[in-house]
Design a protein around this ligand. Structure first.
Ligand code: SAM
Length: 327
């Protein structure tokens, strides 16, 4: 088992497979993109498989594949096929913008991948185009509906963006009304590749909840797993649920069970902290298995208690883009 220096068990790995994305969401990166990693800087599929296997041997039982956009990577299914056969791995999840997942839905089902988080910040076509800077609305909705129809456990993640989509909060809940999905609203964070900086947000978790409850006063608060980052609710008469994630307010660090490994092999033990190690050279070197496991164990033994503590020692934290970190 992986236990950190604050006695938190780490069993959840967010594994980024690329930093590239086919969208250009304006709160994530500038329109021209960021300085993306070169191919040789990325972990190969073989290396991603090996890292996953090592982490599962250490006690990770949930892996979320993220990016960049995971499906931009042509060899993604090879990794997923490997993960599906990995004993001890109970949960394979994917976070995606749903533009490229369509042709893979059938096989994902066969592999037993059931949890798919779809990032979607607008129901309105023009607003979607403006925020993502790409014209992919029809494709995203087509794939989203197909995932729902095929019985995937779909969570729709919507970042609440001051001045951009706050009037979409209530329309977005229409998805939870009609379908058995969880619509989750997340606070914006300043990981946008330097596009804009801020040290407080107007649309925090309280304001989001107030807005929803003013429109839907008949709701119930749901029990959530102890490690859940979202506080979850059900509105009377809705097939699905909604949740709110205080990702900027950081009220959930006490139960954080996450480890991040980026596409370049950086080991990140807190979203707001510096990478604690890099495993790319280790995995390409001698005694690689032991070296990688040791580096991760050391990183986990030296974790900040909270995101605020992690940020204290990292002045340039917000120069980064979420596309490099994996969300
Ligand atoms: N491409 C995939 C997707 O769209 O879900 C996975 C990677 S994306 C970086 C992961 C998540 O990070 C998405 O839900 C995205 O909305 C979120 N994200 C990106 N920039 C963010 C920011 N500045 N604040 C909050 N969330 C952000």
């Amino acid at each position: 088992m992986l236990i950190d220096n604050h006695n938190r068990t780490i069993n959840y790995l967010r594994l980024a497979v690329t930093d590239r994305c086919n969208l250009r969401c304006n709160y994530c990166m500038p329109s021209e993109g960021i300085r993306f990693a070169k191919k040789e800087q990325l972990l190969t599929t073989e290396e991603l498989c090996k890292v996953s296997e090592l982490m599962v041997a250490e006690g990770i039982d949930k892996i979320r594949i993220t990016g960049g956009e995971p499906f931009v990577r042509k060899d993604l299914m090879q990794l997923l096929r490997f993960l599906a056969g990995l004993e001890g791995l109970k949960d394979i999840s994917i976070t995606t913008n749903a533009t490229l997942i369509g042709p893979h839905i059938e096989e994902l089902k066969e592999l037993g991948v059931t949890n798919v988080n779809v990032s979607l910040d607008a129901i309105d076509r023009e607003n979607f185009k403006r925020i993502t800077r790409r014209d992919q609305y029809d494709l995203v909705f087509h794939n989203l509906h197909q995932l729902i129809r095929e019985g995937f456990n779909v969570r729709v993640n919507c970042i609440v963006l001051d001045g951009q989509n706050t009037d979409e909060i209530i329309p977005m809940l229409q998805l939870a009304k009609e379908f058995p999905v969880s619509v989750r609203f997340l606070e914006e964070m300043p990981f946008n590749g330097g596009s804009k900086s801020f040290d407080h947000i107007r649309w925090d978790h309280r304001k989001i909840l107030e807005t929803i409850l003013a429109a839907y006063p008949d709701y119930e608060k749901l029990q959530s797993p102890a490690t859940s980052t979202s506080v979850n609710y059900k509105i009377a008469g809705h097939k699905g649920t909604f949740g709110i994630i205080p990702s900027f307010s950081r009220t959930f660090c006490g139960s954080c069970n996450r480890l991040r490994i980026t596409a370049k092999g950086d080991v990140i033990t807190c979203l707001y902290g510096k990478p604690k190690a890099n495993i790319r050279d280790l995995i390409r070197g001698e005694d690689s298995s032991e070296a990688v496991s040791r580096a991760v164990r050391q990183a986990i033994g030296n974790r900040a208690k909270t995101g605020f503590e992690a940020q204290e020692n990292f002045d340039t934290v917000f120069e980064n883009s979420m596309t490099s970190i994996g969300g």
